[in-house]
Design a protein. Structure first.
Length: 293
């Protein structure tokens, strides 16, 4: 049995699909049963509940040989760091109690740093705690910047033809499609070919600058889009105006500043795996349909 947390999301869904295709017995986890229907109809077992509940997480891991772990975004929580801590506590306690042998954790580039990276600090802490579970074989997938993040700029692109970010136009980011992350996680859970504690950095076929990103978005939607570099303060204000909770705004601001200092990059000498999806493909297949919707 392989338990997949976050199966209703982008990466967890791709991992679950990969495992089902390989004929594996899986248990898919989410808050809402209806979001798991496509997996249960194909033979997956469903575990429906709140992963902030330590008892539910333990139940979802009971009897599993392996698991995909991730901390789903929760934009409604008033204290995002405390939310991350609750999930980390639940995962660690459940791994120790159930004796699960293998886990693949969705982490992030920059997780080698213990501070200065906003929400990624919680992933650093979770990695460290999982390392201390001696019998556990753990693979930490430090994923690059999700290509799906550009969807947060849909309003500005649609309304003003402007894509805004606090990075210089020539700053290149190691973007990767979430489907590539999930598929890779699923393939490693399928094979269970890792032991001890190890790190893989997952990035796209190549890093992309903000200028290139905007150009490809423009080509995909067939309309001109202009890149506008904002200050960190303006970026924070935009997040607040969009209704983001203050605790999350603060963490995102720290992450953006950390990125400007080069903290959000693969660890020196670390293993790197490239996804297959180019940003151009993503722009045409994901961004353009969302833009026209």
């Amino acid at each position: 049995m392989i338990t997949v947390f976050g199966a209703s999301g982008h990466t967890g869904g791709a991992a679950a699909a990969q495992l089902l295709k390989a004929g594996k017995k899986i248990r898919v986890v989410a808050r809402h049963k209806e979001k798991l229907a496509r997996f249960t109809q194909s033979g997956a077992e469903a575990a429906v509940g709140d992963i902030e509940s330590a008892s539910f997480v333990r139940e979802a891991l009971t009897g599993a040989e392996a698991a995909y772990l991730m901390i789903p975004p929760n934009m409604a929580t008033d204290d995002f760091r405390a939310y991350q801590q609750r999930l980390a506590d639940a995962y660690v306690a459940a791994a120790e109690a159930t004796g699960v042998r293998y886990v693949v954790l969705l982490s992030s580039i920059g997780a080698q740093h213990r501070e200065g990276t906003g929400p990624i600090v919680a992933l650093h802490d979770l990695e460290e705690r999982l390392k201390r579970i001696v019998p556990l074989n753990a693979l930490f997938l430090r994923a690059g910047w999700f290509m799906e993040n550009v969807l947060y700029e849909l309003v500005g692109v649609k309304g003003k033809g402007v894509y805004s970010a606090p990075m210089p136009a020539n700053t290149a980011v190691p973007a990767i499609a979430s489907a590539d992350i999930g598929s890779y996680a699923g393939s490693r859970l399928e094979r269970l070919d890792f032991s001890g504690k190890s790190v893989i950095h997952l990035i796209g076929p190549r890093a992309i600058t903000q200028t290139e990103l905007v150009s490809q978005l423009s080509q995909a939607v067939g309309k001109p889009i202009r890149y506008q570099q904002t200050s960190f303060e303006e970026a924070e204000q935009a997040l607040r105006q969009a209704g983001m909770k203050p605790s999350l705004v603060s963490l995102f601001a720290e992450m953006q500043r950390g990125a400007s200092k080069g903290l959000l990059a693969p660890e020196d000498g670390g293993a790197v795996v490239q996804g297959k999806t180019t940003f151009e493909t993503f722009a045409h297949e994901v961004f353009a349909p969302a833009y026209r919707a």
